[in-house]
Ligand binder design. Structure first.
Ligand code: ZN
Length: 249
């Protein structure tokens, strides 16, 4: 029986039975895919060690109709995620990437750009010279952009007038989006962001700039961009992602 071939990152594992697991991949070809991995819990199972969390595998699976779980028939390891020893933001950053991929994508909704971004982020998190927090912020902004959830940072969410980054600051509403000075009201919950941070966020969110383009961020900029991205993610999910509390910004 021929199956569907894909490259995918293991983003979630759940026990299914004594010997089997449900494994969720974020694949290049199909987006998020959950499959039953029979025998995956056995010591000498059919998939060896390919199915560790955040490993990237070449897989073959049988697709079932009408929402039933597919069956994993082959998995071989392509790359393993190896967090930097002693750097918890590297390890937990990886878990956070998996969490966001699981929660902010849909089954069989392929997005090659997001797959490449995830691969690149995991590689950066495993690179001692790279700053894990910058990699995480790039991923947060990138996944929001890919999901069409990143707010428009060029114009006011109410009146549509351009928001200039030369302005000292703008007001960021919790739903995501900027308000110009004249539309700002006391009753809108949110926070002020500096023009400098808006400029950084525009750079991070611009697909034309190339995802591998490194943006140098100060510690304060990193923290502020992270807080704004988290407010947008939290708004979409209705709660904070569970793995967020392990990150130390
Ligand atoms: Zn306005």
């Amino acid at each position: 029986m021929a199956g569907e071939k894909a490259d995918g990152i293991v983003i979630r594992q759940a026990d299914f039975s004594e010997s089997s697991r449900v494994v969720t991949f974020f694949t290049r070809e199909y987006g998020r895919v959950s499959v039953l991995a029979k025998g995956a819990k056995r010591l000498k199972g059919p998939f060896d060690a390919a199915l560790d969390l955040l490993s990237t595998c070449g897989i073959v699976f049988l697709k079932k109709s009408s929402g039933a779980l597919g069956i994993l028939t082959q998995a071989h390891l392509l790359t393993r995620f190896t967090p930097i020893a002693g750097e918890l933001n590297s390890l937990y950053g990886g878990y956070y990437v998996a969490d966001l991929l699981y929660q902010l994508t849909e089954d069989f909704d392929a997005d090659e750009r997001l797959f490449e971004l995830a691969q690149q982020t995991l590689a950066e998190l495993a690179t001692p010279e790279a700053d894990p927090l910058t990699a995480i912020v790039q991923f947060e902004v990138g996944i929001l952009v890919c999901a069409g959830l990143f707010p428009d940072l060029s114009s006011c969410a109410v009146c549509g007038n351009a928001v200039e980054t030369e302005a000292k600051f703008a007001h960021w509403v919790s739903q995501g989006g900027l308000l110009c000075g004249s539309c700002r009201r006391e009753e809108y919950s949110g926070r002020s962001v500096t023009g400098g941070v808006i400029a950084v966020l525009r750079k991070l969110s611009n697909p034309g700039s190339g995802l591998a383009a490194r943006v140098r961020l100060t510690k304060d900029q990193t923290r502020e961009c992270h807080q704004l991205a988290v407010s947008a993610i939290t708004h979409v999910l209705g709660r904070q992602p569970g793995t967020l509390r392990y990150l130390n910004f």
